[in-house]
Design a protein around this ligand. Structure first.
Ligand code: 5GP
Ligand code: MN
Length: 342
């Protein structure tokens, strides 16, 4: 990251009359934090010198436990079904599309096909390995903890004075989420310099921790109990221990599942002594299974996610969506092939 890159990004914004900024489906704190930060930064910094139509898109439901991030500001975002209520037209009309925290148009769900055929200038701000090469301008750093960390550096090079305490809170939430509360992807001093600056700018670290990690609905805790007691399996593959669990639609219904209930649950499958790789297979409806994969240390799981499930992600944290397989078939593929990563 350098001043030249920040100036170029600023120019892309200033040259466009209609802009959409979007993040990925299954939104997490990093995606929402980056989007909230961008929205407020535009208002604080750009709005006074630039008159553009700008929209902020979350192409999916926002889980209950992240609603606080946009409290009182819901009308500033196009979320999920808003695609039908104008989102589609707005996306089609955009001169500039900024994608954050995603490297693949499939991750913007229903907006993906519109992105692929759009003539807009396309900008990417991200920390994932590159997948899509359809971007005109890319701010990518795979060594940072999160898009929120990267965005802080970018925005502070444009105007640190425009970063208020709400932006600091949103970006801090993103860093906290993507590092699992500073337990992974956080071994660089630069992350902590950014965090120190966010604190100086007003980030309320204890409050954000409370909101992200001590705020689960009771039903989610009961679902967690069920997964740990009845569903979590350990299997030895070529002398290495791997873990996994599956959840069917009817099990999710029984526990009154809502989006977000399973966030971080996979960490329990990974944090067992001796387990090197963990996987979860969650059947969201009769033809859609969400897969999460996690690994420890030097074991890379993203190529496995890509090769066997057409997914991807980070070396230690990847995911995929599978449409044409049963839970049993997915588990079978996992157990038969996971030895390749050791
Ligand atoms: P999660 O297991 O939390 O859903 O996803 C972990 C990471 O895997 C995400 O941060 C994202 O980088 C990546 N990921 C999740 N789902 C997909 C997917 O369907 N395709 C790709 N390419 N990456 C994914
Ligand atoms: Mn991220």
């Amino acid at each position: 990251m350098n001043q030249d890159l920040a100036n170029k990004f600023e120019n892309y914004i200033l040259c466009a009359r209609s802009i959409v900024v979007c993040v990925h489906k299954s939104p997490d704190p990093d995606a929402v934090g980056s989007l909230v930060a961008m929205q407020r930064f535009y208002d604080n910094h750009f709005a006074k010198k630039h008159d553009a139509e700008i929209h902020y898109i979350i192409p999916d439901e926002l889980p209950d436990h992240l609603q606080w991030m946009i409290e009182g500001e819901r009308d500033k975002y196009l979320i999920d079904d808003d695609f039908q209520k104008g989102g589609e037209r707005i996306f089609n009309d955009a001169e500039l599309i900024v994608c954050m925290d995603l490297a693949d148009s499939a991750r913007i769900a229903m907006y993906g096909p519109l992105f692929d055929k759009s003539d807009a200038v396309k900008v990417n701000i991200d920390h994932h390995p590159q997948i899509c090469d359809d971007f005109d301008f890319v701010v990518r750093d795979m060594s940072v903890s999160s898009t929120s960390e990267l965005l802080f550096t970018l925005l502070s090079l444009i105007s640190v004075d425009s970063i208020d305490s709400c932006i600091a809170n949103a970006l801090y939430a993103g860093i906290l989420g993507d590092t699992g509360s500073f337990s992974y992807s956080c071994d660089k001093p630069s992350t902590y310099y950014v965090v120190a600056e966010l604190l100086t700018l007003g980030a309320e670290v204890e409050k954000i921790h409370e909101l992200l990690f001590n705020n689960y609905p009771y039903a989610r805790t009961q679902l967690l109990g069920y997964v740990l007691d009845k569903k979590l399996k350990l299997v030895k593959v070529n002398n290495e221990m791997v873990s996994y669990y599956t959840l069917s639609v009817s099990e999710l219904e029984e526990y009154h599942y809502k989006p977000g209930y399973l966030e971080n649950v996979i960490n329990y499958a990974l944090n067992i002594k001796g387990v090197k790789v963990a996987a979860s297979f969650v059947q969201r409806n009769n033809n859609l299974i969400r897969i999460s994969l996690r690994s420890k240390g030097k074991i890379r799981i993203n190529e496995f996610a890509s090769n066997y499930f057409n997914g991807g992600g980070h070396p230690n944290a990847s995911g995929a969506t599978v449409y044409d397989k049963s839970l049993e078939e997915c588990v079978d593929i996992y157990l038969k092939n996971i030895q390749e990563v050791f």
